[in-house]
Design a protein around this ligand. Structure first.
Ligand SMILES: Cc1ncc(COP(=O)(O)O)c(C=O)c1O
Length: 401
């Protein structure tokens, strides 16, 4: 119960006053702790979605909450026209983890990608002239909802209502190096890829494909942009999912889990790409403010102190192994279990992902359906085997039904 309103009244107020951009469940979450959420009626849920890969170290982690509270009492905002000690320290830390040279801070994944696109365009024009502005992305990708990033997102369902799109984007099939090779020309300034496509159903780019792209980009002198907004920040057991393939792009974008739920995005670049933007080229009022930086620093501390990258691998393997047992036991229901660490996709034989996710919710588990036939699991990185057992029991129950 909210202070004054019950859950039905909150839902009504929400529907009447907030733009209908989300198909919301009739649930009002009011509290979170670790991998648990509580609704306004006091019901407890196991969160296997963590926002959508956002609450990386669990809901309201005490260290993150304390860092935000302390910073809120010290200095919440300072204009980017001045130096900010937390921003500088956070940038150095992220650069070391991602093997990059410089960071532009922003407030979301779309903004981080927008920055990457602007760097690529400016870099391309300088490198090969005004015609070098094309950016290649991959079919099924998701890069955000601003006009630039929705154009980079090669899925017509996100694009059609907002046409005409931004010129200069070309789409290539995922995991097809020959097709990409054909598309790269003198006009290409960048190739942009999610190492694991999240929104289209946890679809990994193969390590060979990622290595091949890096080789093609190096040979053709084209920037490689890695969108790690969903799969980065330790989710797959490496700081960046692309590190699994041993590659380092020219630009890496982060957001979602970077500050455990506090809004922040980051566009990191190395080499020439790191020095393309100069004063006046780009900016954002709220970017890298002390509060967000304090939350991100504490999130990184927790990732390290609690060995959560290792946990993502150990628990991810545990979860996958047990899901494979369920796959064998319930023959014909599950066609594939894929992903790395704690980014797992369960492909179903039937188009019943939404129904199963709904039933999981009734059983007290938050998961997510991407499309009609894929269930996506993105739990906090500090979940335990006990959390997994609870999820597996609920999943088995809804499959049996
Ligand atoms: C890979 C990827 N890139 C970019 C975005 C956009 O991030 P945001 O919603 O923070 O703008 C998302 C969001 O789902 C994403 O998964």
């Amino acid at each position: 119960m909210d202070n004054l309103l019950n859950s039905e009244q909150i839902e009504k107020l929400d529907v009447e006053n907030v733009m209908g951009t989300y198909a919301r469940q009739p649930i009002v979450f009011v509290r979170g702790e670790g991998s648990c959420l509580w609704d306004s009626n006091g019901n407890e849920y196991l969160d296997f979605l963590s926002g959508i890969s956002v609450v990386q170290v669990g809901h309201c982690h005490p260290k993150v909450a304390e860092a935000i509270a302390n910073q809120a009492k010290t200095l919440m905002h300072v204009s980017n026209l001045f130096h900010n000690p937390l921003q500088a320290r956070l940038a150095a830390r992220l650069n070391a983890l991602a093997r990059m040279d410089k960071v532009f801070f922003c407030n979301s994944g779309a903004e981080a990608n927008e920055c990457a696109l602007k760097i690529a365009r400016k870099w391309g024009k300088k490198k090969r002239g005004l015609d070098c502005f094309e950016i290649i992305t991959f079919q099924g990708s998701f890069h955000g909802r601003t006009m630039g990033t929705v154009t980079a997102t090669a899925q017509s369902k996100y694009q059609t209502p907002f046409e005409p799109l931004v010129p200069g984007f070309i789409y290539s099939p995922l995991n097809d190096l020959a097709a990409l090779d054909e598309l790269i020309t003198e006009q290409t300034c960048a190739v942009m890829i999610e190492p694991i496509q999240g929104e289209s159903g946890v679809k990994p780019a193969s390590p060979e494909f990622l290595q091949g792209i890096q080789a093609l980009c190096t040979e053709a002198e084209v920037l490689l942009i890695l969108d790690e907004v969903q799969c980065g920040m330790g989710r797959t057991g490496r700081f960046l999912a692309s590190q699994r393939a041993g590659i380092t792009g020219d630009i890496v974008t982060l957001a979602k889990g970077i500050a455990d739920g506090f809004p922040m995005g980051a566009c990191l670049a190395r080499g020439d790409a790191a020095n393309v933007l100069v004063p006046g080229d780009h900016g954002s009022t709220f970017a890298g403010q002390p509060l967000a930086c304090a939350a991100a620093m504490a999130t990184l501390d927790v990732l390290e102190e609690e060995h959560l990258l290792e946990n993502a691998i150990t628990i991810g393997n545990y979860l996958k192994e047990h899901l494979q047992v369920i796959q064998r036991d319930y023959t014909g229901h599950i066609t594939e279990i894929r992903g790395y660490g704690l980014m797992i996709g369960i492909e179903l034989a039937k188009n019943n992902a939404r129904q199963l996710v709904q039933e999981l919710l009734h059983a007290g588990v938050v998961a997510n359906a991407v499309g009609e036939s894929i269930i996506r699991l993105l739990p906090p990185l500090n979940i335990t085997t006990a959390d997994c057992d609870q999820f597996l029991k609920a999943f088995q129950m809804v499959l049996a039904q």
